[in-house]
Design a protein around this ligand. Structure first.
Ligand SMILES: Nc1ncnc2c1ncn2[C@@H]1O[C@H](COP(=O)(O)OP(=O)(O)OP(=O)(O)O)[C@@H](O)[C@H]1O
Ligand SMILES: Nc1ccn([C@H]2C[C@H](O)[C@@H](COP(=O)(O)O)O2)c(=O)n1
Length: 337
């Protein structure tokens, strides 16, 4: 993903879209359920929802200079010139603290796609495509009852024509780049969302972390603290006598006793090297979840990993999984099956 500079803001500074910005385009015919599913994605995965149609509608309602032009395009079921739509999307992204966006109803045609990639300079992570037959689309729109100027049988025909002629080629373009996640949208809202969830769950865990609130930083710091404490305890001197005690009992072939004589101690192999194994496995588990695959690391690498994670959390800069993979690849080994 590329870094993109937005136009100067009122205070003269420039908002910069960082490399960690994630964009998912949500496409499908009119009435396929984009606007129904997007709020669920926001709720479950913390993305910011940008609906191109809603941004254009807000322009109409604000009676801006482009309002009448947009209204006329909308009534005709036509696609508004890309310059206008991309500018609105760009401003909305600029004003958001979130770095992860689902862009609903965009790009509607080749011109939209090229304008976004040229101006915003970000390629989508993937395209979520709600696939639904024409008859079902028409039925849903006619039942929608939200007072939209374009929800009438005449405009629906035009919108469907535009969808098949202009939007489907964009979906095919992304499909040729293996970026399309196709969802069967003809089923119930809940069934559709089950599929949507599994698509978003496949996003790399680091990319799924939200960067938009202090509470996230607090939650992640607190989650990392037990790891830090156990790691420090295991490598500090005060655990040495216990470790040696267990080891010498083990060498003499005697099971160490628990404090209560009636209660047998835990098996020796549970204790031996326990202080080293536990933090190792906890952090290895984290590494496995972040990097994928089976991994194990040496103690110094775990320490660097922990320190890096804390710094990343505090400075609100989560690294890409690829960066982590590169940082730790020298120390990652496949675990025996
Ligand atoms: N899976 C579904 N099953 C039945 N009805 C649905 C389903 N998903 C959405 N709907 C209904 O269909 C209508 C259209 O859905 P929605 O507004 O989400 O579509 P859309 O893709 O956002 O449409 P548009 O592109 O025209 O804005 C709504 O009334 C919605 O409640
Ligand atoms: N990229 C876009 C998105 C929307 N429009 C216009 C034309 C649509 O009929 C209208 C409503 O959009 P919807 O809510 O159906 O997604 O907005 C556009 O010109 N370009």
């Amino acid at each position: 993903m590329a870094t993109s500079e937005f136009p100067a803001q009122k205070d003269g500074s420039k908002a910069v879209l960082q490399e960690t910005t994630v964009v998912v385009f949500v496409l499908g015919g009119p009435g396929s359920g984009k606007g129904t599913q997007c709020p669920k994605i926001v709720e479950h995965f913390g993305f910011r929802h940008l609906c191109a149609g809603d941004l254009l509608q807000a322009e109409i309602e604000s009676e801006s200079e482009n309002g009448t032009l947009i209204q006329n395009f909308k009534k005709e079921g036509k696609i508004v010139p890309s310059e206008i739509t991309v500018k609105l999307l760009q401003q909305a992204m600029q004003q958001s603290d979130n770095k992860r966006f689902i862009v609903d109803g965009f790009p509607r045609n080749e011109e939209n796609r090229a304008a976004f990639e040229n101006i915003v300079r970000i390629k989508p992570e993937f395209v979520l495509f709600f696939d639904c037959p024409e008859e079902e689309l028409t039925k849903r729109i006619l039942n929608r009852n939200q007072g939209r100027v374009d929800d009438n049988i005449e405009t629906i025909g035009k919108r469907l024509k535009v969808y098949f002629e202009s939007t489907l080629p964009v979906i095919n373009y992304y499909n040729s780049k293996r970026k399309v996640q196709k969802i069967d949208a003809q089923r119930s809202i809940d069934e559709v969302f089950e599929d949507v969830k599994s698509v978003f769950a496949k996003l790399r865990p680091v990319a799924r972390l939200s960067n938009d609130s202090y509470s996230d930083t607090a939650v992640f710091t607190i989650s990392l603290l037990p790891l830090v404490v156990v790691e420090i305890a295991s490598t500090s001197k005060w655990l040495e006598p216990q470790k040696q005690g267990f080891t010498s009992e083990y060498k003499r072939g005697k099971a160490p006793k628990s404090k209560s004589d009636e209660m047998p101690a835990k098996p020796l192999d549970t204790f031996e090297g326990q202080a080293d194994i536990i933090p190792g496995s906890m952090i290895n588990l984290m590494l496995i979840s972040v990097l994928g695959g089976d991994t194990c690391t040496s103690a110094p690498t775990r320490h660097i990993f922990l320190a890096a994670m804390l710094l990343f959390v505090w400075f609100d800069q989560f690294p890409d999984a690829d960066v982590l993979q590169e940082l730790f690849s020298c120390d990652l080994q496949a675990l025996p099956a």
